[in-house]
Design a protein around this ligand. Structure first.
Ligand code: ATP
Ligand code: MG
Length: 481
């Protein structure tokens, strides 16, 4: 302060460092002259993106495959040799190994700050010249089965409930006794189980500080448990309406930039989230401005050659192409980002109608405006940002990468961005969403009631439309949660 008055600014500092070691021990499957090694990402990435994994191998004397690592000293490294570095993958195939030799593997994670400690070593495997079918050998990383989860973790308390699972805070029973979150999903039917396994595979392939990280998964006949990093900050929208938080447009820029960073990364990995909504954006801790995108339950890997149509989502946030059952694309997520941004700045839901049918009709017409007084203090750059996302034709919408280059997300110094945003309407929005969530009975089979038509016909306009919206509005109301 000085004689003319005072001013204040807040800053949050993220302390970054090398990542933790990859969780658990790598799993291995062997072929005639090769071994496939698969592992889990680290429970904590050190605060920034994992840039790769280093695979190390140790050859054990064949006569003593079960000796402990400490007993096998070969200089400083204990006989461990670095054999490869991989990026964007949690599996590696080691080829040209000597038959009848015994090996173990361990993995380190690295980010820009350095390399983690090694993971636990894998079980020792003796390479036997045996016939293994290619199908077996290339099977995707499978989750560990058995009642392992209860043995390894103590369940502390419930953190949240979704349509499909209950999320608990859990603690490892053994050192380092980490606190993690475990999503327990009941799935008795093979179809449901397959969907959860797909969610696990997708999470395994996504390693980014803005996306929730999976540490391990456990499978039993009735349920699958996904053990994930524990996020302590609660839902973003709940945090910004709290009494101790003053929401400004600058905060919104900070949050939306992170959402776009996470989404841009996901899209570079060919994955579309398809359920971006406020409840799925959480704060890393109670005091930080760092966010994490969670819930990959509806996420899909897209391949540009095969059009995919879906019939699910949350009515207020879904794009027109889902309602009209046209092929989705990466830009389908960007519509939802536009809706989230609109709500965060104004507390109003741009397309919300009295019924889902009204909502769908507003979305289909891309019928929204900035007329409400809530937008009086919102900058033109913010409105332009939203206007480039709430565009009917998905091809004309901004991509996440384009958003990151937008004037709105790149500016910081405009004084008006410090104006306090009134969050009264946002509080009402949150209360309504919570109430709506309690109205939906958690039916797991809703997840499998999706309609994904992987036809080879690229021309959606001319393709036979198996479920036009005007014919099945009732069905939509049942399908959408
Ligand atoms: P949905 O109905 O949103 O599709 P879902 O069954 O797939 O739900 P999630 O959205 O993954 O479940 O989780 C449900 C709730 O649990 C979240 O809204 C959040 O409040 C809480 N939650 C989920 N993951 C974590 C985590 N890693 N740390 C802390 N809380 C979490
Ligand atoms: Mg959710």
């Amino acid at each position: 302060m000085n004689a003319f008055g005072s001013d204040a600014a807040a800053a949050s500092v993220a302390v970054e460092g090398p990542p933790d070691a990859p969780s658990g021990k790598p799993s291995i499957s062997q072929g005639p002259d090769r071994i496939a090694v698969a592992w889990c990402g680290p429970p904590y990435d050190g605060g920034c993106m994992i840039t790769g994994f280093i695979i190390e191998m140790q050859q054990l004397p064949t006569a003593a495959p079960n000796v402990e690592c400490d007993e096998l000293t070969d200089g400083e490294s204990g006989g461990w040799h670095e054999i490869a570095t991989v990026v964007d993958s949690l599996a590696y195939t080691v080829k040209n190994l000597t038959p009848n030799a015994t090996y173990r593997f361990r993995v380190r994670a690295k980010n820009v700050h350095g390399c983690s400690a090694p993971s636990l070593p894998s079980d020792a495997v003796e390479l036997q010249a045996q016939e293994v079918s290619t199908e077996d050998f290339h099977r995707p990383i499978s989750v560990k089965s058995g009642g392992d989860f209860k043995n390894r973790f103590e369940v502390l308390e419930e953190l949240g409930k979704g349509r499909f699972g209950v999320v608990y805070r859990v603690q490892e029973r053994e050192e380092p006794r980490q606190i993690l979150a475990a999503k327990v999903i009941k799935c008795i039917k093979a179809q449901d189980r397959q969907k959860v396994l797909e969610e696990i595979l997708i999470m395994k392939s996504l390693q980014h500080p803005k996306l929730l990280q999976l540490a391990a998964s456990f499978e039993s006949p009735r349920e699958i448990v996904m053990v994930m990093e524990y996020i302590t900050g609660g839902e973003l929208f709940e945090r910004v309406v709290a009494d101790d938080f003053t929401l400004t447009e600058r905060d919104c820029i900070l949050f939306l930039r992170q959402v776009c960073e996470g989404v841009a990364y996901m899209h570079t990995q060919s994955i579309v989230h398809l359920d971006l909504k406020p409840e799925n954006i959480m704060c890393h801790t109670r005091t930080s401005h760092q966010i994490k995108i969670i819930d990959f339950g509806l996420a899909q890997r897209l391949n540009m050659k095969t059009p995919v149509r879906v019939l699910f989502g949350t009515p207020e946030f879904i794009p027109p192409e889902i309602i009209s059952y046209e092929p989705i694309g990466f830009q389908s997520d960007m519509w939802s980002v536009g809706v989230i941004c609109y709500v965060l700045l104004s507390g109003l839901s741009p397309f919300m109608g009295d019924t889902d049918v009204d909502t769908f009709s507003n979305i289909t017409r891309a019928d929204y405006d900035f007329d409400d007084e809530a937008f009086d203090c919102v900058s033109q750059e913010a409105k332009d940002f939203i206007s480039n996302l709430l565009v009917h034709r998905k091809e004309d919408r901004w991509t996440a990468k384009r958003c990151l280059e937008s004037i709105w997300l790149t500016q910081e110094h405009d004084e008006n961005l410090s104006n306090k945003i009134c969050t009264d309407k946002l509080k009402k929005f949150i209360i309504r969403r919570k109430w709506q969530q309690t109205q939906q009975p958690p039916q797991r089979n809703q997840r499998t009631q999706y309609y994904s038509n992987k036809s080879n016909n690229n021309n959606s306009k001319n393709s036979a439309h198996p479920c036009p919206v005007r014919h099945c509005m009732g069905a939509y109301q049942r399908h959408f949660g």
